[in-house]
Design a protein around this ligand. Structure first.
Ligand code: NDP
Length: 437
């Protein structure tokens, strides 16, 4: 259904509905398969020398089993709703998002610091009460693959819910004084499979809670942190010692997670929040893919621990520090520039009234921040050193994600800025990696 506020989608991605369906089935299978290859009773060694097909579904039960694991559903729903309640109740800074097509902007509550403090407090109290046993972390470790499947089903149900509610009129009124919801420009084709996958509504909300921002930063990212901790805890209970590789991957990824959560206001201007709808693609990515594939290195080290030498540690920290420096400084520079705080830097004026920065970090490549982020991903994979290429899945996947993101952003900016973007491309020819790509 097209209207002035919600034009029909013209630009179809991922090969349309067949592609969306293939990804919706394929990526969850890949997530399960990766985790099936890193289990306490079976894990890939070296270049897949011990690979066995049968192991990929060993222990996997019928769909009925997963729908009736009431304990897992109860714990996971409590986790999701508990975090949603904390996100709503805990105090935070009130901020408005970018201007929407109806001329309004949505209010957000930024309370990542209070949220992180609450989680740490709960963990510390539980550690004290259970004398370090933390049965919840043990449960998480022991039910890893089953929980992964439950989160996939949960993401499916959540995406069906937001798709269906996108057809309901708003309770209040939008900026055009009608009850029409603002749909994502990319998710209004009229094909139910495609729109469900891409996300039909731009910012689905439940009362004050913005479902998209919440899912992006809370249940998945924090579950990733807990899974990593459960691996460290498991090793500690088993050996009485803290394995240094596991400790390092926990520290590096924990730092990245908190950096993301603490800088949540930066997310308000990200493509995911400003442009993408919330559908199965984001729901699955946030709730399943992030916690269950980004934690693959920690899982691997918990079943195949290694002790890193000083040289190895220096290499890992070298990649992390360099990557984070580029990632943080470049994002910060763009943010300050857009706030008008760096007027001396060279830029290209656009017809839209905004400027494209082509100086400093942003003279090196069009997405120098992606390059920094990718170096960070490599540092995490290196914590498993060269035991198996399997744990390097993350850097490979992330490179694909960033390349796809760059091409989507390029398409958007070319349409938005036209000749100014072409001038920008002449000034800054490299897309991500300076002098290479
Ligand atoms: P960018 O931070 O590169 O932002 C792109 C947008 O910035 C463009 O659409 C345009 O927006 C504006 N822009 C582009 N070039 C310029 C310029 N030269 N000067 C001024 N404005 C410009 O991309 P993302 O939002 O995709 O990513 C943000 C961060 O999040 C990155 O560091 C990325 O690595 C990270 N990330 C991490 C993920 C993970 O899973 N770990 C996933 C995705 C991203 P406008 O229309 O406003 O002009």
């Amino acid at each position: 259904m097209a209207s002035k506020l919600n034009p029909k989608t013209k630009n179809i991605e991922f090969g349309g509905a067949p592609g969306a369906l293939a990804i919706s089935v394929g990526l969850p299978i890949l997530t399960i398969v990766l985790n099936q290859m890193v289990r306490p009773d079976y894990f890939i060694k070296g270049w897949f020398s011990n690979f066995e097909f049968a192991q990929l579904w060993n222990g996997i039960k019928s769909s009925r089993y997963y729908f009736t694991r009431y304990d897992l559903w109860t714990y996971y729903t409590a986790w999701h709703l508990g975090l949603a309640a904390l996100a709503t109740i805990l105090p935070g800074k009130k901020m408005n998002g970018v201007e929407l097509r109806d001329g309004t902007s949505l209010p957000y509550k930024i309370n990542g610091i209070a949220m992180s403090a609450a989680l740490f407090l709960i963990l510390a109290v539980r550690w004290q009460l259970t004398q370090g046993q933390l049965p919840e972390l043990q449960f998480l470790y022991d039910n890893h693959v089953d929980l992964c499947i439950v989160t996939i089903l949960y993401a499916f149900l959540l995406s069906v819910y937001v798709y269906v509610t996108s057809f309901f009129p708003l309770l209040g009124k939008n900026g055009h004084n009608t009850k029409e919801r603002i749909l994502a420009l990319g998710g209004n084709t009229g094909n139910p499979i495609y729109d469900w996958f891409i996300g039909r509504e731009l910012n689905p909300r439940l009362g004050p809670l913005d479902i998209k921002l919440f899912c992006e930063l809370r249940p998945g990212m924090l579950l990733w942190l807990l899974i990593n901790l459960s691996c460290l805890h498991h090793q500690y209970l088993k050996t009485g010692e803290l394995n240094n590789a596991l400790l390092v991957v926990n520290l590096l990824q924990g730092f990245y997670i908190f950096d993301g959560i603490l800088n949540e206001e930066g997310c308000l201007t990200m493509m995911d929040i400003t442009t993408d709808g919330f559908g199965y693609m984001l729901a699955f990515g946030d709730l399943s893919l992030v916690p269950f594939t980004y934690s693959l290195q920690a899982r691997y080290l918990s079943v195949s621990p290694i002790t890193l030498t000083n040289y190895q540690l220096a290499t890992i920290f070298g990649f992390m520090v360099t990557g984070f420096y580029i990632f943080h400084k470049s994002n910060m520079q763009k943010s300050l520039f857009r706030q008008g705080k760096l007027p001396h830097l060279n830029s290209i004026a656009t017809k839209r009234g905004t400027k494209l920065l082509c100086d400093g970090w942003w003279a090196k490549s069009q997405h120098i921040n992606y390059f920094g982020d990718w170096l960070i991903s490599l540092s995490w994979c290196l914590t498993t050193w060269f035991q198996t290429p399997l744990t390097y899945y993350y850097s490979l996947y992330f490179a694909t994600l960033l390349l796809h993101r760059q091409s989507r952003d390029e398409h958007k900016c070319r349409e938005k800025y036209q000749e100014s973007w072409e001038e920008y491309e002449r000034n800054v020819p490299y897309k991500i990696v300076p002098y290479i790509y």
